[in-house]
Design a protein around this ligand. Structure first.
Ligand SMILES: *[C@@H]1O[C@H](CO)[C@@H](O)[C@H](O)[C@H]1NC(C)=O
Ligand SMILES: *[C@@H]1O[C@H](CO)[C@@H](O)[C@H](O)[C@H]1NC(C)=O
Ligand SMILES: *[C@@H]1O[C@H](CO)[C@@H](O)[C@H](O)[C@H]1NC(C)=O
Ligand SMILES: *[C@@H]1O[C@H](CO)[C@@H](O)[C@H](O)[C@H]1NC(C)=O
Ligand SMILES: *[C@@H]1O[C@H](CO)[C@@H](O)[C@H](O)[C@H]1NC(C)=O
Ligand SMILES: *[C@@H]1O[C@H](CO)[C@@H](O)[C@H](O)[C@H]1NC(C)=O
Ligand SMILES: *[C@@H]1O[C@H](CO)[C@@H](O)[C@H](O)[C@H]1NC(C)=O
Length: 852
C-alpha cells in the first residue's frame, strides 16, 4: 500500500475542493476529502467536512463530462446535485442526466478524474458505501475512493523544490533523468497509460494525455468544454481544409486552436497533448473517416500536417511548446468495418512500393518537417504485425530512418488488440513487450499499467525499457512547461477572452468559403440574383451539427444553409423533402410545390454521420435512399435555375446532378459558419476557389475493387494517380466566377536535359497567372509531374500555391521541382531516379525535361 497520500494531507492547501474542483479517484486514506454523507431527503451527496455537494454542472451532461464539487445549490438547478444511490447495483446515477458516476477504464490511477457515463452497471460504475468511514469505495479496486480532488502543484514544497528536476535552469534532459531516477517501479508503471496517475511524493500531478482537436478543440475524457468559458471555434472538417489548398490559413488555424487549447488548459478544461491530425490517405471512397483527412494526395496531406503541426506546436519566446500534435494513425489505417472485418482485426497487406509511395510520406513529413512530438499507432496490423507492435515501422523507419525523437501513443485500446484481436501474442507479459519494445510508448487504455509488472516479473521487459519510454513522455510534459512556474510561459495569461474571438470566427468563415468547390455552373446561373424568390430544400438544408463532421466540440453558433441564405435573399421558402436517409418520400410533394412557386431552387443533399463515421464505412457511394429521386422530382417541377449543394465528407456519385442541375457545389462539412459561406458563394459575395481534394468515382467503383485491397495500382486503380476510369469529377477540379490565364515566365531558361546521376538539381518554374475575367477571385495553382515510366503514377502533385487577384491583375508564382519531384518508387520500395522524360504540367502549361 502506498501511503504517500498522507504526506500531502498535512498541507491544508492541497485539500482544495473549491467550487468547480474535479472529483477524482484516489487511494483511500479516510481523510476529509473522502468522507461523504447521503441526504436521502434532498438526494444530495455531500462532503462531511464542509457540506459541499457532488455536482454535475448544467453544461456538461454528456458522456465523459466531469463531476465537480460545488456549493450545494449554487444555482437554480438543484437537480445537478440530485443522485440516486442504488445499494443493490452500487451505482450512483444522476437524476438530471440519468448517467452514472464512472471511474473510466482509461484512468484508474490516483488523481484520475471521475466522469458521467451511460449506466452500464460495469465494475467501474460501482461504488460501495462504507458507512463506518463514510467513503465510497471503487468497484474495480476497493483501495480506491471517490475523492473530492486534490491539487498538486509541481515542485512546490521543501521536499522537492531543491531537487534537480525542479531546477528550471537545467536542461530538460537533465531534469527528466533526475525525475525518473527518483520514481519507484510502481510509480513508473502508473505513467504508462494515457490516464497517468499522480505521484504525490514527487509532486507529479495526474495527467490525461488524451485530448482532441481535429478541427477545433473538441473534447477529452476527464475534461469538459463549455461552461464558464465560451465554446471553442469549430473550424470546417479537415476534408474541407484540404479543398482550400491554402496552407498559410491552415497554419493560422493551428495557432488559433492551440491558443484556445491553452486558454482552456489554464481553466482546467483541456490537456495540451492532442490526438490530431488524422493524416491517413483517403484511399477508398467508402472510408467513414476519410472526412477527417485532407484528401487523397500524399503531397497535399504532407503540406497540411507540416502547417498544422507548426501552428499548434511552435514555442513561445521562453521555449515552451504551445501544444503537442499527434500524427495518426500509423500506419495504413483507412478502413473501419467492411464486409465483416473491422479495423481491430484488419491486416492491411501493403506492398513496399505502396508503403513508400503512398502510406508513409505524410508521416515522414510529420516527423521531418512538421517536427510533431507524437505519433499514434493504429488498430490494424500491417503485413501481419499489429501496428503498435510493429518494430520495423516504429523503430526502424520512424525512429532510425526519420530521426523521430517524440513518443508514440497507441490508438485507444490498440495495445489490447495486439493480443485480443490480432492474436499476435497470447499472454500479458508478451503483449506488453510486443508493444513497448515494438516502439509504442504510451497506452491509450490500461493494458500497460495493469500488466507491466507481470512483464517485468517474467523478464519480457526491463525497468530500463520503461525508463526509455518515460524519458520521452516526461520530456514533453516538461517542454510544455508542466514542471515550471505557471507564469514562466507566455501562455499563462490566455483566458476565456481568447477563445472564439471575432478573428477566429472570421478565420473559420474564411476557411469555409475557400473550401467550397464550384463543380458546375451552366450558363453562369451562379451567382444568383438575391432578388429572385428561392426555395431552399433537401436533407441538409437545415444542417447544423452535421456541418461539424466528427471530432467536434459544441460550437459557439452554427449557421445552417437556410439561415445563411435567408440572411442574403429576401424571398425564401423552405421545404425539406426528406432527411438524409431519405427512405420516406412523403415530403416530396410540398417541396415540388415550393419549387414550382419559386424563381430558383437550392437543394442541399448529402450525408451525415449516420452514413459515414468512425466505425462505419459505406458500402454504396450513391446519395442515400431516395435523395436522387428527390432531385429528379424537383427538376421535373421547374425549369428555373436549380442549384445542388452537396454536403458530404466522402465522395458521392453525383452524375445525375452533373447532367441535370444547372449548378453544383461541393461544400464538405463546412463548420460553424458553413451556411453563411454557402450563401456567400451562391450570391457572389465570395468567388469560389476550392478544388476537390479527392476523386469522385462513379458508383460502380465499389464493385470493381475490394475495399480490402490496399494496392494503389489494383484495377481500376486508386486516386487520381492510378485510376484509369472516367471520374465523375477528378481530384483538383474546381471552377471560379472569373477566368484565369497562365503563362510561363522565363521559359527559355528552363533546362531540357540532365544527366541522371549527378546533374539534376532543383528546377524552378515560374508561372504568371492573370485574372482575365471581370470578378476578383482566388485560385490555387497546382503543379504536377508526369512520367514516361509505365510503372510510375499517371501524375503526381509536387507543388501548389493559392493567390487572390483582382480583374486584370497578375502574380508570378514559383514552383520548385527538386529531386523528389522526379523520383519514383520502384517495386522494392526504393526511391529511384530513372532515365526518361519528365513533364511538368501547371494548369495547361507543360515543359519536358529528359534525364539521360
Ligand atoms: C456554446 O454553444 C452552445 C451551442 O452551440 C450555445 O447555445 C451557447 O450559447 C454557447 N455558449 C457560449 C458561452 O458561447
Ligand atoms: C501570474 O500571472 C497572473 C496574471 O497573468 C498574476 O495574476 C499572478 O499574480 C502571477 N503569479 C505570480 C506567482 O507571479
Ligand atoms: C416571393 O416570390 C413569390 C414567387 O416568385 C411571389 O409570388 C411572392 O409575391 C414573393 N413575395 C414577396 C414578399 O415578394
Ligand atoms: C450542363 O453542362 C454539362 C456539360 O457542360 C451538361 O452535361 C449538362 O447536361 C448541362 N446541364 C443542363 C441542365 O443543361
Ligand atoms: C465479403 O464477405 C463474403 C462472405 O464472407 C464473401 O463471400 C465475399 O467474398 C467478401 N467480399 C470481398 C470483396 O471480400
Ligand atoms: C493567355 O495569354 C497568352 C499571352 O497573352 C495568350 O497567348 C494565350 O492565348 C492566353 N491563353 C488563354 C487560354 O487565353
Ligand atoms: C503583370 O502585370 C504587370 C503590371 O500591370 C505588367 O507590367 C506585366 O506585363 C504583367 N505580366 C504579364 C505576364 O501579363
Amino acid at each position: 500500500m502506498i501511503n504517500y497520500v498522507y504526506l500531502i494531507l498535512c498541507i491544508p492547501l492541497v485539500l482544495g475542493y473549491d467550487d468547480g474542483t474535479n472529483v477524482q479517484l484516489w487511494t483511500c486514506d479516510g481523510g476529509p476529502r473522502q468522507q461523504w454523507m447521503m441526504d436521502s431527503q434532498s438526494q444530495e451527496i455531500k462532503l462531511k467536512s464542509d457540506g459541499n455537494c457532488l455536482d454535475i454542472t448544467n453544461w456538461s451532461k454528456g458522456n465523459g463530462a466531469n463531476i465537480y464539487i460545488w456549493e450545494c445549490h449554487p444555482d437554480d438547478q438543484p437537480q445537478n446535485q440530485q443522485w440516486s444511490y442504488n445499494s443493490t447495483t452500487y451505482t450512483i446515477a444522476s437524476k438530471l442526466s440519468g448517467k452514472c458516476v464512472d471511474g473510466s477504464e482509461y484512468g484508474t490511477s490516483d488523481g484520475t478524474n471521475i466522469q458521467q457515463w451511460d449506466c452500464s452497471g460495469a465494475d467501474n460504475q460501482k461504488w460501495k458505501y462504507n458507512s463506518s468511514d463514510s467513503t465510497f469505495r471503487y468497484g474495480m479496486d476497493s483501495t480506491k475512493c471517490l475523492d473530492a480532488g486534490s491539487t498538486i502543484t509541481p515542485c512546490q514544497g521543501a521536499a522537492v523544490e531543491n531537487l534537480p528536476f525542479c531546477n528550471t535552469k537545467l536542461d530538460v534532459a537533465v531534469r527528466v533523468k533526475d525525475l525518473i531516477s527518483r520514481m519507484q517501479l510502481s510509480e513508473k508503471i502508473s505513467q504508462l497509460g494515457t490516464g497517468a496517475g499522480a505521484i504525490a511524493r514527487l509532486t507529479v500531478p495526474a495527467y490525461q494525455w488524451w485530448s482532441e482537436a481535429l478541427h477545433g478543440v473538441a473534447g477529452s475524457p476527464g475534461v469538459h468544454f463549455g461552461g464558464q468559458i465560451p465554446n471553442a471555434t469549430s473550424f470546417p472538417q479537415v476534408i474541407n481544409l484540404g479543398a482550400t489548398f491554402d496552407m498559410p490559413l491552415v497554419y493560422k488555424m493551428g495557432k488559433v486552436i492551440s491558443t484556445e487549447a491553452r486558454a482552456m488548459y489554464n481553466q482546467g478544461q483541456a490537456g495540451l497533448t492532442f490526438f490530431a491530425p488524422n493524416i491517413n490517405l483517403f484511399r477508398d471512397p467508402r472510408w467513414g473517416r476519410g472526412q477527417e483527412t485532407p484528401g487523397e494526395d500524399p503531397y497535399l496531406i504532407s503540406q497540411y500536417v507540416i502547417n498544422f503541426a507548426h501552428g499548434m506546436q511552435e514555442n513561445d519566446a521562453n521555449k515552451f511548446m504551445k501544444t503537442v500534435v499527434t500524427c495518426k494513425h500509423f500506419a495504413a489505417y483507412d478502413l473501419e468495418n467492411w464486409n465483416g472485418t473491422d479495423r481491430f482485426h484488419f491486416n492491411a497487406i501493403v506492398s513496399d512500393q505502396d508503403l513508400v509511395e503512398t502510406y508513409l510520406p505524410a508521416f515522414e513529413a510529420c516527423v521531418r518537417e512538421g517536427k510533431a512530438a507524437s505519433i499514434m499507432c493504429s488498430y490494424n496490423a500491417v503485413n501481419g504485425v499489429p501496428s503498435c507492435a510493429n518494430s520495423f515501422l516504429q523503430n526502424t523507419i520512424v525512429r532510425e530512418q526519420w530521426g523521430f525523437e517524440g513518443y508514440i501513443v497507441s490508438d485507444c485500446g490498440a495495445i489490447n488488440c495486439i493480443t485480443a484481436t490480432h492474436h499476435y501474442t497470447s499472454n500479458p507479459a508478451d503483449t506488453v513487450a510486443a508493444g513497448l519494445l515494438g516502439g509504442c510508448d504510451l497506452d491509450c487504455g490500461s493494458y500497460y499499467p495493469k500488466n507491466a509488472q507481470e512483464a517485468i516479473n517474467k523478464k519480457t521487459i526491463t525497468e530500463a525499457d520503461i525508463d526509455v519510454t518515460l524519458t520521452r513522455l516526461f520530456t514533453y510534459r516538461m517542454r510544455l512547461g508542466m514542471f515550471d512556474p505557471v507564469n514562466d510561459s507566455s501562455y499563462h495569461s490566455l483566458s476565456p477572452a481568447d477563445v472564439n474571438t471575432a478573428d477566429s470566427q472570421d478565420l473559420a468563415l474564411n476557411l469555409a468559403q475557400e473550401s467550397i468547390v464550384l463543380l458546375q455552373n451552366n450558363k453562369s446561373v451562379l451567382p444568383l440574383d438575391p432578388k429572385l424568390s428561392v426555395a431552399v430544400m433537401g436533407p441538409n438544408s437545415d444542417a447544423t451539427t452535421t456541418m461539424q463532421g466528427n471530432y467536434h466540440g459544441t460550437a459557439p453558433f452554427l449557421i445552417s444553409p437556410i439561415d445563411g441564405i435567408k440572411s442574403m435573399a429576401s424571398n425564401v421558402t423552405t421545404a425539406k423533402g426528406c432527411d438524409v436517409k431519405c427512405t420516406d418520400d412523403s415530403g416530396f410533394k410540398e417541396a415540388v410545390t415550393a419549387a414550382q412557386n419559386a424563381q430558383a431552387v437550392i437543394v442541399v443533399v448529402g450525408l451525415d454521420q449516420s452514413q459515414e463515421s468512425e466505425g462505419h464505412d459505406r458500402s454504396d457511394i450513391s446519395l442515400p435512399g431516395k435523395q436522387e429521386d428527390f432531385l429528379m422530382a424537383i427538376r421535373s417541377a421547374t425549369k428555373n435555375p436549380m442549384v445542388v449543394v452537396v454536403m458530404t465528407g466522402g465522395p458521392v456519385d453525383i452524375s445525375w446532378a452533373k447532367a441535370n442541375a444547372d449548378a453544383v457545389l461541393w461544400c464538405g462539412y463546412p463548420g460553424q459558419s458553413g451556411g453563411k459561406a454557402i450563401a456567400q458563394v451562391i450570391y457572389g459575395e465570395f468567388n469560389p476557389s476550392g478544388r476537390l481534394p479527392y476523386t469522385i468515382y462513379p458508383k460502380d467503383y465499389v464493385n470493381q475493387i475490394s475495399f480490402f485491397d490496399m494496392g494503389m495500382r489494383s484495377k481500376p486503380g486508386r486516386t487520381y494517380k492510378f485510376y484509369t476510369g472516367d471520374a465523375v469529377y477528378p481530384f483538383g477540379y474546381g471552377l471560379s466566377y472569373t477566368t484565369f490565364n497562365f503563362t510561363w515566365t522565363e521559359y527559355e531558361k528552363l533546362p531540357l536535359k540532365f544527366q541522371v546521376l549527378d546533374e539534376l538539381s532543383t528546377v524552378q518554374y515560374q508561372v504568371t497567372v492573370t485574372n482575365t475575367g471581370s470578378k476578383s477571385g482566388g485560385i490555387a495553382v497546382l503543379a504536377y509531374m508526369t512520367y514516361s515510366d509505365a510503372n510510375a503514377p499517371m501524375k503526381q502533385l509536387f507543388g501548389f500555391q493559392r493567390v487572390e487577384l483582382n480583374p486584370k491583375e497578375n502574380a508570378t508564382l514559383f514552383f520548385d521541382a527538386g529531386v523528389e519531384a522526379f523520383q519514383t518508387v520502384d517495386e522494392g520500395g526504393s526511391k529511384v531516379l530513372k532515365p526518361g522524360s519528365y513533364t511538368v504540367r501547371i494548369e495547361g502549361l507543360s515543359h519536358t525535361i529528359t534525364l539521360v
